[in-house]
Design a protein around this ligand. Structure first.
Ligand SMILES: Nc1ncnc2c1ncn2[C@@H]1O[C@H](COP(=O)(O)OP(=O)(O)OP(=O)(O)O)[C@@H](O)[C@H]1O
Length: 229
């Protein structure tokens, strides 16, 4: 589903590479944690998958497409197949829960009938039934993240990328979000999650890839967090 062949990324203003000669593959339906100290290249990896950044060298394939060959006008189509969730939720503050999720379908031209059907279904899935008319600031952090997950998943993406999704949540709320991501993964969606959350990684026992200074230093199935910050 995601394949990196000898990928190096050097940002223009940077002396050393953010990622160096990274070769790895994520299979369809896998759940992968990306761990490593701050600045080790986790977010860079996620941005490369989305084609928000281009590699300096090497080859990246996502969902059967060679990103180097993918013309710019096809990038939005690629991104539709990838849901994203971030630490800071990134909800639209002036839209209701329903509208936040519906917006993701409106911008890709889905018919009103489908929106009316799919949005309540996904809100139910994430445990937010009954809260669809609330504004984001009337929700707890955990509920806001559930809205963000619903928005990322409503279009049934092939891949879900999560960058520190539990970073602003307390431990109990984080467990709830992880149960949700696990459930989404069980529907066949490939999940890649960058995290510093040791207890979550240790509880979930999924594949763990550890980066250090842009290099892959560990690839462990049913892995643990495994290093001290
Ligand atoms: N847009 C950019 N321009 C220049 N350098 C960048 C840019 N984005 C990231 N970097 C650098 O690339 C390296 C990797 O950063 P990246 O954000 O991928 O790390 P990270 O593992 O996600 O860190 P964190 O856990 O703090 O989010 C760092 O040295 C960072 O300073």
């Amino acid at each position: 589903m995601i394949r990196f062949d000898n990928v190096t990324k050097v940002y223009p203003t940077q002396s050393g590479p953010a990622l160096e000669s990274l070769t790895m593959e994520v299979e369809r339906g896998e759940f992968l944690f990306l761990v490593g100290p701050s600045g080790s290249g986790k977010s860079t990896f996620l941005r490369l998958v989305l084609k928000e950044e281009r590699p300096t060298s090497g080859r990246i394939r996502v969902a059967g497409k060679d990103l180097h060959r993918l013309s710019n006008w096809k990038v939005p189509h690629l991104r539709r197949r990838i849901g994203t969730v971030f630490q800071d939720f990134r909800l639209l503050p002036n839209k209701t829960v329903f509208e936040n999720v519906a917006f993701a379908l409106q911008v890709i031209g889905k018919p009103r009938r489908q929106i009316a059907r799919d949005v309540p279904a996904v809100l139910d899935l994430v445990g937010l039934d009954g809260k669809q008319d609330r504004m984001p600031d009337q929700l707890s952090g955990g509920e806001q993240q559930r809205v963000a997950v619903a928005r990322a998943f409503v279009n049934r993406p092939l891949i879900l990328l999560a960058d520190e999704p539990t970073g602003n949540l307390d431990p109990a709320t984080s467990v709830g979000i992880m149960k949700l991501l696990d459930r989404i993964n069980r529907t066949g969606t490939t999940v890649v999650m960058a995290t510093h959350d040791q207890s979550i990684v240790d509880q979930m026992r999924k594949r763990v890839i550890q980066l250090e200074d842009g290099r892959l230093v560990r690839d462990q199935s049913r892995g643990v967090y495994g290093y001290t910050r």
